[in-house]
Design a protein around this ligand. Structure first.
Ligand code: SAM
Ligand code: SF4
Length: 482
C-alpha cells in the first residue's frame, strides 16, 4: 500500500483536523511578553502561591521563566524542592523503555529513526524477540515498561496490541512479571484508541515536540506527523476512548524553552478544563545527538541552568502531575533534578529494538538517539537509595482503577500519600530481595529502616500493617500493595 493510501485508510476524514485554537503561537508569545521584567514583589507572591500546592497559572509560570536574578531563581528552585518533597516525599518511580521497532514513515529532522536515514538498520521485533527482551528486563527487576515504536504500516496497531499482550504474558522466576505498560506511539483515531485501551495500557504518552507551529513545520517536513493539529488533538481522542491517564511533553532544544513550557502548561490547562483532569505526567526530554540526522546542532540549546529552572517551574505549576526524566540526561543532572521536581525516571535504558537481549550484537546501528546515563539499573537504584530516595516499582493505582480524575481526587487532598509511600516500600523490598546486589541491599536496608521510623511516627497502625507485609516479602511473597 502506498504511504498516502495508508494514511487515508488509517485516518479517513479525521486525518486533517481543525486548528486547536486553545494553543496558538500568538497566545504563547503574548503570555511571555506580558510577563517580561517582573518585579521582585510579584515573583515572591507567585512563589508563596505555589507553596500552597494549588499550582500557578501559565502567566505566573511565564513570570518565573523570565526571572534572571540568581537569588530569585534560587528561591523558586527551593520552593519547587519543598513542593516536590511535600507531595512526592522521596519517591522516584522506576521504569524501562522498550522499543518494539524502528521503522518510521516520518522524517523528524532530529530522530535517528527518520525515514530518510539510511545509516541505521531497521528492525521490527518478532513476538519471540519481544519475549526475550521482556525476560531480560524482568530479570533486572523491572515491573513497569514504556513501549515505543516509530510510525509505520509494518508496525500497525494490531502488531502493537499483540506485542503488549506478549509482554504482559512473560513470567520469569522470583515472581518476575510486568505489571504496568505505558505506551508512547504515534497518534491514533478514537476507534484505534479503544482497541489500545483493551490491551490494558496505563498511560498513553505523546510529545508535541514543540508547540510553535512554524518551527514544528520546519522540523517535521513529511509523513502524518507533519500535521500539527492531528498531533495536538491526540489527547482528546484518547480521552474519548476512555484512556484517562495521558502524558504530554516537549523535546527541549527544538525551540525556545520558555515558549514550550508555556505550550505544555496551556495544554495541561485545556485538558484539565475539558476533562476535569490534567495530564497524568509531563516529560522533559532534552535533544541528544542521533546518527544520520540533518541537524548538525541543537537549534535552541537549553543550558543546564535553564533546564533546572524549567523543571522547577513545571513542578510549581502542575504540582500533582508526575514528571518524567529519561536517561538522555547525565547521572549528575538527573540527581539534581530529582530535588527540583522529577518524580519518575527510566533506568538501564536502551533505545534500540532488541537492545536488552545480551546476544544482540547490532545495537549501535539501530538506536534512536544516544543516551548519557548508561549505568545498569542496580547501580542507579543503589545511587538513589544512598541519596535518601526510595525507588518505587509501584503499579497499584492503575491496577485498582485509581486513574484519571479518581487519582487526582485522591492526590490533591494529599490522600494518595497513604498509598504511595507504603507501596514504594513494599515494591523496593521486593526488588532488593529478588534482584538486589550487596551494594543496593546495604543502602536499601538503611533507606527502608528510615522510612519505617517515619511511618511509625505518622501512622502507627499503617506501620504495623506494612511491617507485616515486608516480613511476608522477605519470606518470598510477591506483589503486595495497598
Ligand atoms: N514515533 C512516535 C512519536 O514520534 O511520537 C513515538 C515516540 S518516539 C520513538 C519518542 C520520542 O523520542 C519522540 O517523541 C521525540 O521527542 C524523542 N526523540 C526523537 N529524537 C530524539 C533525539 N535525538 N534526542 C532526544 N529525544 C528524541
Ligand atoms: Fe518517527 Fe517518532 Fe522518530 Fe519522528 S520521533 S522519526 S515519528 S520515531
Amino acid at each position: 500500500m502506498s504511504e498516502i493510501n495508508y494514511f487515508k485508510e488509517e485516518f479517513g476524514n479525521n486525518y486533517r483536523t481543525e486548528v486547536c485554537d486553545y494553543i496558538t503561537d500568538e497566545k504563547i508569545e503574548h503570555i511571555l511578553a506580558s510577563a517580561k521584567e517582573p518585579s521582585q514583589q510579584e515573583v515572591k507572591r507567585i512563589i508563596d502561591k505555589a507553596l500552597k500546592l494549588d499550582g500557578i497559572t501559565s502567566i505566573e509560570a511565564a513570570t518565573l521563566l523570565q526571572v534572571e536574578d540568581e537569588d530569585l531563581i534560587d528561591q523558586f528552585l527551593e520552593a519547587a524542592r519543598k513542593v516536590k518533597e511535600e507531595i512526592y516525599g522521596k519517591r522516584l518511580v522506576i521504569f524501562a523503555p522498550l522499543y518494539f521497532a524502528n521503522q518510521c514513515v516520518n522524517n523528524c529532522l532530529y530522530c535517528g529513526f527518520r525515514k530518510d536515514n539510511h545509516q541505521i538498520d531497521r528492525k521490527k521485533l518478532s513476538q519471540t524477540e519481544i519475549r526475550r527482551e521482556v525476560e531480560a528486563l524482568e530479570r533486572e527487576g523491572h515491573k513497569r515498561l514504556l513501549v515505543l515504536t516509530g510510525e509505520a504500516p509494518i508496525t500497525d496497531l494490531d502488531y502493537v496490541v499483540e506485542s503488549i499482550k506478549t509482554a504482559y504474558d512473560v513470567k520469569t522466576e522470583n515472581g518476575g512479571e510486568i505489571r504496568r505498560i505505558n505506551a508512547e506511539i504515534a497518534p491514533l483515531s478514537t476507534e484505534d484508541f479503544k482497541k489500545l485501551k483493551e490491551s490494558e495500557i496505563g498511560t498513553y504518552t505523546c510529545f508535541q515536540e514543540t508547540y510553535n507551529r512554524k518551527q514544528y513545520a520546519k522540523l517535521h517536513p513529511s509523513g502524518p506527523k507533519s500535521n500539527f493539529e492531528w498531533r495536538l488533538s491526540v489527547m482528546d481522542r484518547a480521552q474519548e476512548a476512555g484512556i484517562d491517564d495521558v502524558g504530554i511533553g516537549a523535546l527541549f532544544g527544538l525551540y525556545d524553552y520558555k515558549f514550550d513550557v508555556i505550550g505544555m502548561l496551556l495544554h495541561a490547562e485545556y485538558l484539565d478544563q475539558k476533562y476535569g483532569v490534567g495530564p497524568h505526567t509531563v516529560s522533559v526530554p532534552r535533544l541528544n545527538p542521533a546518527t544520520g540526522t540533518p541537524l548538525d546542532e541543537v537549534p535552541y540549546p537549553v543550558s543546564d541552568a535553564d533546564f533546572r529552572k524549567l523543571v522547577a517551574v513545571l513542578r510549581l505549576a502542575v504540582p500533582y502531575t508526575g514528571m518524567i526524566l529519561s536517561t538522555r540526561e547525565s547521572t549528575e543532572m538527573r540527581n539534581e533534578l530529582f530535588e527540583h521536581g522529577v518524580s519518575q525516571i527510566s533506568a538501564g535504558s536502551r533505545t534500540t529494538p532488541g537492545g536488552y537481549d545480551k546476544k544482540d550484537k547490532n545495537k549501535k546501528e539501530l538506536a534512536q538517539f544516544s543516551l548519557h546515563d548508561l549505568r545498569p539499573i542496580d547501580e542507579i537504584i543503589s545511587g538513589i537509595a544512598k541519596d535518601g530516595y526510595i525507588p518505587s516499582f509501584c503499579t497499584a493505582c492503575y491496577r485498582l482503577g485509581r486513574t484519571g480524575k479518581d487519582f487526582m481526587d485522591l492526590a490533591k487532598p494529599g490522600k494518595i500519600q497513604e498509598f504511595c509511600r507504603p507501596n514504594a516500600m513494599l515494591t523496593f523490598k521486593e526488588y532488593l530481595k529478588d534482584y538486589g546486589t550487596d551494594k543496593s541491599r546495604e543502602y536499601g536496608k538503611e533507606c527502608l529502616a528510615n522510612l519505617m521510623e517515619d511511618l511509625k511516627e505518622d501512622n502507627p497502625k499503617l506501620a504495623e500493617n506494612i511491617a507485616d507485609k515486608l516480613d511476608a516479602i522477605a519470606e518470598g511473597e510477591h506483589d503486595l500493595y495497598l
